[in-house]
Design a protein around this ligand. Structure first.
Ligand SMILES: O=Nc1c(NC[C@H](O)[C@H](O)[C@H](O)CO)[nH]c(=O)[nH]c1=O
Length: 198
C-alpha cells in the first residue's frame, strides 16, 4: 500500500540553530502525549536542540489555529522584545506547575522567532456532526495561519472515525498499521524550517 512521506532529506545542516514550536490540544491525551513525544524525538534526532523546542497547549483542536497564530506572532514579538510569557498556557508534558524542562526551555528559548510550528490534535468521530465541523475549520485555519504568517505550520491533526484508528496512528498498541505519525511531523517541521528560512 502507498504509505507516508518518502525520502526526507538525508541531513539537516542548520537543525542545531532552528527553533520549533509545538501547540497541542488537550483532548484524547492518551494519543496526544505519544504524538508530542514522537515529534520531539524525531526533531532531536535531526539535530534540533531540546531547549529550542517550545511546547504549549490549548483546550481542543478548535483552538489550534488561534493558539498557533499566537505562538508564531508572540515568538516574533519576543525575538525583538524578549517578553518571556508566550501564551501563559500549560503544556500537557508539564507535571502541573513544576517548572520542568519544557516550561524552563520555553522561557529560556524564547529569544527568537519560530522557524516552524507543529499543531497537534486528535479528533475522534462521535455521534454528531461536531467532528466534521471542527476538523474542516481546524485544518483550513491552520493552512491559513501558515500562509499568512510565512512560518511553516505542520498539520498534526488526526481525524479518526474510531479510538483504535487514533491509537494506531499515535504509535500505541499492536498490529501492522501501528506508526507514530508525530515522528513524521517532527521531520517535516525541520525540513520546512530549513527550506522556508533560506
Ligand atoms: O468534540 N470532540 C473533540 C474536541 N472538541 C473540543 C473543541 O476542539 C473545542 O475545544 C471546544 O468546542 C471549545 O471551543 N476537540 C478535540 O481536540 N478532539 C475532539 O475529538
Amino acid at each position: 500500500a502507498f504509505k507516508g512521506p518518502s525520502a526526507p532529506p538525508s541531513s539537516f545542516p542548520t537543525a542545531s540553530s532552528l527553533r520549533i514550536g509545538i501547540v497541542h490540544a488537550r483532548w484524547n491525551t492518551e494519543c496526544i502525549a505519544p504524538l508530542v513525544k514522537g515529534a520531539v524525538q524525531a526533531m532531536k534526532k535531526a539535530g534540533v536542540k531540546e531547549e529550542n523546542i517550545v511546547v504549549e497547549s490549548v483546550p481542543g483542536s478548535w483552538e489550534l489555529p488561534a493558539g498557533t497564530q499566537r505562538l508564531i506572532t508572540a515568538g516574533q514579538v519576543q525575538a525583538s522584545s524578549n517578553v518571556d510569557d508566550l501564551m501563559g498556557a500549560t503544556s500537557l508534558l508539564d507535571d502541573g506547575g513544576n517548572a520542568d524542562a519544557s516550561s524552563q526551555s520555553s522561557s529560556k528559548a524564547s529569544r527568537a522567532a519560530f522557524d516552524a510550528v507543529i499543531s497537534i490534535g486528535v479528533l475522534i468521530k462521535g455521534s454528531t456532526m461536531h467532528f466534521e465541523y471542527i476538523a474542516q475549520s481546524c485544518c483550513e485555519g491552520l493552512m491559513r495561519v501558515g500562509l499568512d504568517t510565512g512560518t511553516p505550520v505542520i498539520l498534526g491533526v488526526l481525524t479518526c472515525l474510531t479510538e483504535e484508528q487514533a491509537l494506531q496512528r499515535s504509535g500505541v498498541g499492536e498490529g501492522a498499521g501501528v506508526h507514530n505519525h508525530g515522528e513524521d511531523w517532527g521531520t517535516a517541521a525541520v525540513e520546512m524550517a530549513e527550506k522556508c528560512n533560506r
